[in-house]
Design a protein around this ligand. Structure first.
Ligand code: ZN
Length: 705
């Protein structure tokens, strides 16, 4: 359930880890399956319970039977991994999730209070409280069944010719929960970051990636069969006969497969040049003449639009072919599925269950549905995040945390500046440009200075789907309104309680929501080594994104411009190729190797982040006259730094989820974020007394930054 705003902003951003938000943005289709339905009957797991607060530097997590020079991840996390199996309502369980679950619980307690109509509520509390109450009302959802989406399904059924599809697609994208064919959103012009323009890009798939439609191994064939079974189930729930449902499912799979063939891969999409094709609307009309663009732009309220960036022109040619060659009936089935699928997580239990069985259980290996209260808390945060967040930060984000973060960011910036000055492969001219870019970095910490005003969104206590549609319409309008106006540099792409961080190339800014500024990342009661290993590496990671395979193609003003000399670019590509093949040899699940090119930017950011955070710690200790510092708990500061870093990434994943991630997630799994990174940095081997040639201190290693 992603708003176009979140999508639009997240597209150009690189985040610290993959969340639902990032997932939807990178998946061409915003039809995001929720993590699972709730049951109408309460089980003990559905009763909200306060999770324990995660703490940083966890001695009990360490497995001392493992040699840190052989497998540092297992050393730092072994006992944690043993003692923290994946809860049945999760597919991946790590330190991030512990913190995110706790933030979600604390948010839940606020929403729960605000949902009481007889309580004394502020206007904001009334709005998000009523939204939450509507979401929690499962008996009403069950009573309604498919009724909330019937008007839309009837509009699809009533289409009389293919021409009308364009205006319905526009209505779905701009006013409803759901998406079809492609995504329209505002974006900064890649070559003139002061301008906000309209952008249009590939989309329209329901499975996590184009590969799910195109690969022919047994696993993918099975997933497609399960997907067809799922479609048949929801079509039948919407009132179709078994025969009709099977026919419709076949049409949808055919159309989505054709869209997948016309889509470019995630790896290719990393190259900003490949997503930059500014053109006049008339040129788009020539690319895809069988789709009525005038009707479409009219229906989204952009009839006056003359120019836009078509990220993926070939996709629109393919889409045109699909519109031209499929019958109206087949295209109707496609639209119908997209409405059913997008709304299924929030309709009656039967829809919930069907959606969970496929997207949660079969695809990701989740044992049991996520309890309703967790899902509704997340949904409220996603829908009205800057309303909920205002009250949340007052309670959970002390001003001191912001001041501490500003100091840490400054220390990391100094350290990256030194790194740039001493980097062996870079020429003087390019070095100067890199320094200018670093100087122009902006930062945002905690929460927005100015909050979005949601007061125009009408929220009803007994109309969840209506609320979601009105939020979707608000977000779409908000996003479209940016076109042609000055860039709002203060705007946030993540809500305050989010446990994540991001960098945006076009803004050249680093962003740290309040939610991540807590243990295990940041703990003001701990020694500097622990905080530099936690949040310090996170800050360094986001900064390094400004200089990774994508970020290095943008200058300090956020414009796509080559500022490397040709020779420096050659050197850079050689260095990054080293990481591509290194990480490409790591396995995430048996037989499932990482995609070294897809994960390159994140791996580069992990490596650079670790190195500059380490140097920043050493400078800080030196400036405090502490030398290399005294041991605590038997570990000296360098060792504490690396353990703190590794423990951020302790995790367990289902086999299925690991395989989905290999296809979709630009981040490596925790094991390789840790071991891949420390084995490229001799500072680690020295701290733990490793010998050259041991696995964590190899003879040859990779270094970009
Ligand atoms: Zn990142």
């Amino acid at each position: 359930m992603q708003s176009p705003t979140v999508l639009a902003r997240a597209l150009a951003a690189v985040s610290l880890l993959l969340t639902a938000t990032a997932y939807a943005s990178e998946n061409p289709s915003p039809v995001l399956p929720a993590s699972g339905p709730a049951s109408a009957t309460d089980t003990p797991a559905d009763v909200p319970k306060e999770p324990k607060a995660p703490h940083s530097f966890d001695l009990t997590a360490i497995d001392k039977t493992v040699d840190p020079c052989v497998d540092f991840y297992q050393y730092a996390c072994g006992n944690w991994r043993k003692n923290n199996p994946i809860p049945s309502d999760q597919v991946r369980w790590g330190r991030f999730n512990e913190l995110a679950e706790r933030n979600n619980y604390l948010l839940y307690t606020e929403l729960e209070k605000a949902s009481n109509p007889s309580a004394d509520r502020t206007l904001l509390q009334k709005q998000y409280g009523d939204f939450f109450a509507a979401c929690m009302n499962t008996s009403l959802a069950n009573e309604k069944g498919a009724q909330p989406i019937q008007p839309l399904l009837q509009r699809i059924a009533a289409l009389e010719d293919k021409k009308q599809i364009a205006s319905l697609v526009g209505d779905i994208q701009s006013k409803e929960v759901g998406a079809a064919f492609f995504v329209t959103a505002s974006q900064q012009d890649l070559k003139d970051s002061t301008k906000v323009i309209a952008g249009i890009r590939q989309g329209g798939l329901s499975l996590p990636d184009r590969d799910y439609y195109l690969e022919t191994d047994d696993r993918m064939v099975k997933i497609r069969q399960q997907y067809v079974d799922y479609m048949v189930t929801v079509f039948k729930l919407a009132g179709d006969s078994a025969e009709q449902a099977a026919e419709e499912a076949k049409s949808v799979l055919d159309i989505e497969t054709a869209l997948a063939k016309g889509s470019i891969s995630r790896t290719e999409l990393r190259d900003p040049q490949k997503r930059y094709h500014p053109m006049e609307v008339s040129a788009l009309k020539e690319l895809a003449p069988d789709f009525d663009w005038s009707l479409y732009f009219g229906s989204i309220g952009e009839g006056q639009l003359t120019n836009l960036n078509v990220s993926t022109p070939d996709f629109f040619k393919a889409m045109n072919q699909i519109v031209a060659s499929n019958s109206l009936l087949q295209l109707k089935s496609y639209l119908r599925l997209h409405i059913l699928n997008a709304n299924a997580p929030w309709l009656s239990d039967e829809f919930f269950q069907a959606n969970f069985n496929f997207f949660g259980h079969e695809l990701q290996g989740q044992d049991s549905p996520t309890p309703r209260w967790k899902r509704c808390t997340r949904l409220t945060d996603q829908s009205l995040g800057e309303a909920v967040g205002q009250d949340w930060v007052k309670k959970y984000f002390p001003p001191q945390a912001k001041a501490d973060m500003e100091r840490l960011v400054a220390a990391l910036k100094t350290s990256l500046a030194q790194d740039i000055q001493t980097l062996p492969w870079m020429s003087e001219a390019t070095r100067k440009e890199a320094e200018v870019k670093l100087e122009l970095f902006r930062q945002k910490i905690g929460y927005p200075d100015k909050w979005k005003d949601y007061s125009s969104i009408q929220i009803s206590r007994d109309d969840l789907i209506g609320n979601l549609d009105r939020v979707a319409a608000f977000d779409f309008n908000y996003d479209m309104n940016k076109i042609g106006k000055p860039v709002n540099e203060k705007e946030w792409g993540m809500t305050p309680p989010t446990v994540n961080a991001y960098y945006m190339s076009s803004m050249n800014d680093i962003n740290f929501p309040a939610g991540i500024l807590q243990p295990p990342f940041f703990d003001p009661t701990k020694d500097p080594a622990v905080n530099f290993g936690g949040i310090g590496v996170v800050i360094g990671h986001e900064m390094t994104h400004g200089f990774d395979d994508q970020g290095s193609k943008f200058d300090g003003k956020g414009n796509l411009r080559e500022w490397y000399s040709p020779d420096d670019r050659k050197q850079f590509v050689e260095k990054t190729d080293c990481e591509v093949s290194e990480y490409g040899s790591f396995e995430s699940a048996p037989g499932a190797k990482l995609n070294g090119k897809l994960t390159l930017g994140e791996n580069t950011a992990d490596n650079g982040g670790l190195r500059i955070a380490y140097e920043a710690l050493m400078s800080t200790l030196a400036s405090e006259g502490a030398g290399t510092g005294q041991p605590i708990d038997g570990y000296n500061p360098a060792q504490r730094f690396f353990i703190s870093f590794a423990q951020v990434w302790c995790e367990n994943r289902t086999d299925q989820s690991a395989r989905v991630s290999v296809k979709t997630d630009p981040h490596s799994p925790g094991q390789w974020r840790t071991n891949g990174t420390v084995q490229n940095f001799d500072g680690f081997g020295k701290a733990f007394g490793c010998k050259k040639g041991q696995p964590m201190m190899p003879e040859n290693s990779c270094r970009v930054w």
